[in-house]
Design a protein around this ligand. Structure first.
Ligand code: NOJ
Length: 538
């Protein structure tokens, strides 16, 4: 496999609204990010994925862009963006920009023009029909909105203020290319493409994800924009199977470098239900899913590895134990992910083990998706406790509460009133505390990041699931030439015993990392403590 810079780099995702506020207006901004670059450099990350910073009325916190060439007022100016990119580059940190190409804001010039009438030059940049069909929006309700003026409906797979772009229109595609080239010339080092698997939709055939022309559009985009540069491209693809992911990420097809796939993320919901219809995690499926992705793409594509992002609940609350074993389980989950093949993504606050939040009132929530669901389910007669519980478990604001920098006022996120309440556990869980404790989750992540740089087995080793039928332990090997790693993670709070397969015994070994001070030696029978994880190098 040709070596690429993103093979040993860990990416750190910043949700700018919640990261660091520099001017006391309660909203994070670009200058705030600049002030924390040394912190990120010390952590060891090699790139930052910045959630959208373009101009936006913030219906969906920036995922509704009204001007692709400008910066959101809350976040600063294009000159702040220049400084940010330069400051990052001087620290050898690359910038991955988040681009929303499936839809714009209804305040985008194109849409404002399109609304002027059927003959407008930009009408066909969006999708209009005389009659709606049964396609539903991902945020709930019909995907069609009636426009009185032209007596037609326009299509939106998210909020009605996020109209979908019509990728069948070559003029639209040219304008998108122009904009991407503008940002490449500006100096960005890559893109995360929001819900990219939706751009090939054929609404009349009821096709939204993975439309017939999706890959053709991506190849065209690649050819005319980023394909000529050494940049990282990652697509958000909720509908990807490993076979589909290979289409995107096979280097010979000239599309993207990798995708975010959500198979594992979707396991704790009722079959056929919505994400809000909760079900316990099926651990056996969880292990098998990771293993499938690791093995299918080996040598044929590239994975992205993550358990958190701005749309997901906090991993330590979801899959770990955010009470008595918060530190152990956060480290175990990080080990389980970071020893896999692919590019790992850390979401802000994950490196200090930030947890989910529980606000008493729906009025304290901001996220459009959760507010829409609340309204809809209240009307449908759901029980309010059930609704609130699903928000506590799955709501996107779990990830969006401000970054906890210290135990001081507003967790030192802002001098003003934070746009979203801070998780009240900031007094115990914060960066200052983590930096002062050499056994903190933060230093553990730092070690994991360094290990990836050092060992080819972590970057390129073949993955093999072992102890497949074990219902408590996630264990696998990574093998590259004569380097072999044995990764063992106890996923639960009970102590458990495993029998180590013979092939790993009787050899010289060292321990690369472990989340308990007293190290467990590699023997035929190993007793694993709660959430214990350990990586042996054989
Ligand atoms: C996926 C983004 O990650 C999410 O935050 C957003 O709401 C939707 N796409 C719509 O852009």
């Amino acid at each position: 496999m040709t070596r690429k810079w993103w093979h040993d780099v860990v990416v750190y995702q910043i949700y700018p609204r919640s990261f660091m506020d520099s001017n006391g207006d309660g909203v994070g901004d670009l200058k705030g990010i600049i002030s924390k670059l040394d912190y990120l450099k010390d952590l060891g990350i090699g790139a930052i994925w910045l959630s959208p910073i373009n101009k936006s009325p913030n219906v969906d916190n920036g995922y509704d862009i009204s001007d692709y060439y400008d910066i959101m007022d809350d976040f600063g100016t294009i000159s702040d963006m220049r400084t940010l990119v330069d400051e990052m580059h001087s620290r050898n940190i690359k910038l991955i920009m988040d681009l929303v190409l499936n839809h714009t804001s209804d305040e985008h010039y194109w849409f404002k023009e399109a609304k002027k009438g059927r003959n407008n030059k930009y009408r066909d940049y969006y999708i209009w029909r005389d009659k709606p069909n049964e396609i539903e929006s991902n945020f709930g309700g019909s995907a069609w909105e009636y426009d009185k003026y032209s007596n037609q409906y326009y299509f939106h797979l998210h909020d009605k203020r996020q109209p979908d772009l019509n990728w069948e229109n070559p003029l639209l595609r040219k304008d998108i290319e122009k904009m991407i080239n503008f940002w490449l010339d500006f100096g960005v080092d890559g893109f995360r493409f929001d819900v990219i698997d939706l751009i090939g939709k054929e609404v009349d055939n009821l096709i939204t994800k993975n439309g017939p022309k999706l890959h053709e559009y991506l190849q065209e985009l690649n050819r005319n924009t980023f394909g000529k540069r050494d940049v990282l491209t990652v697509g958000e693809t909720w509908g990807a199977t490993p076979e589909i992911a290979m289409l995107y990420s096979n280097p010979n097809r000239n599309e993207l470098n990798m995708v975010f796939q959500f198979e594992v993320i979707s396991l704790d919901k009722k079959e056929g239900g919505h994400k809000w219809d909760l079900a316990p995690l099926d651990f056996m499926k969880f292990k098998k899913s990771f293993s499938k992705w690791q093995t299918c793409l080996y040598g044929k594509g590239w994975n992205s590895i993550f358990g958190n992002n701005h749309d997901l609940p906090r991993m330590v609350s979801r899959w770990g134990n955010d009470k008595e074993y918060r530190v152990e389980s956060a480290k175990m989950l990080a080990t389980m992910l970071h020893m896999q093949m692919g590019t790992p993504y850390i979401y802000q606050g994950e490196e200090i083990g930030m947890t989910n939040v529980k606000f008493d009132s729906i009025d304290d929530y901001n996220d459009i998706e959760c507010l829409t669901m609340y309204k809809e389910r209240m009307q449908q007669g759901y029980n309010i406790e059930e609704i609130m519980n699903s928000i506590y478990v799955k709501g996107r604001d779990n990830a969006r509460t401000p970054m906890q920098w210290s135990s001081g006022k507003n967790a030192s996120f802002t001098e003003g009133i934070p746009w979203l309440k801070i998780n009240e556990n900031y007094k115990e869980i914060n960066v200052e505390q983590a930096l002062n404790d050499k056994d903190s989750i933060y230093y553990y992540y730092k070690d994991l990041i360094n290990l990836r740089k050092k060992y080819d087995a972590i970057k390129y080793g073949e993955f093999k699931l072992i102890l497949e039928e074990n219902k408590e332990v996630f264990a696998y090997t990574r093998t590259y030439k004569n380097e072999q790693l044995l990764v063992i993670c106890n996923f639960y709070e009970d102590t458990t015993e495993i029998i180590v397969p013979r092939e790993f015994l009787g050899k010289d070994y060292s321990i690369l990392i472990s989340n308990y001070k007293e190290k467990t030696s590699l023997e035929e029978k190993i007793k694993l403590r709660p959430y214990e994880s350990i990586v042996y190098k054989l």
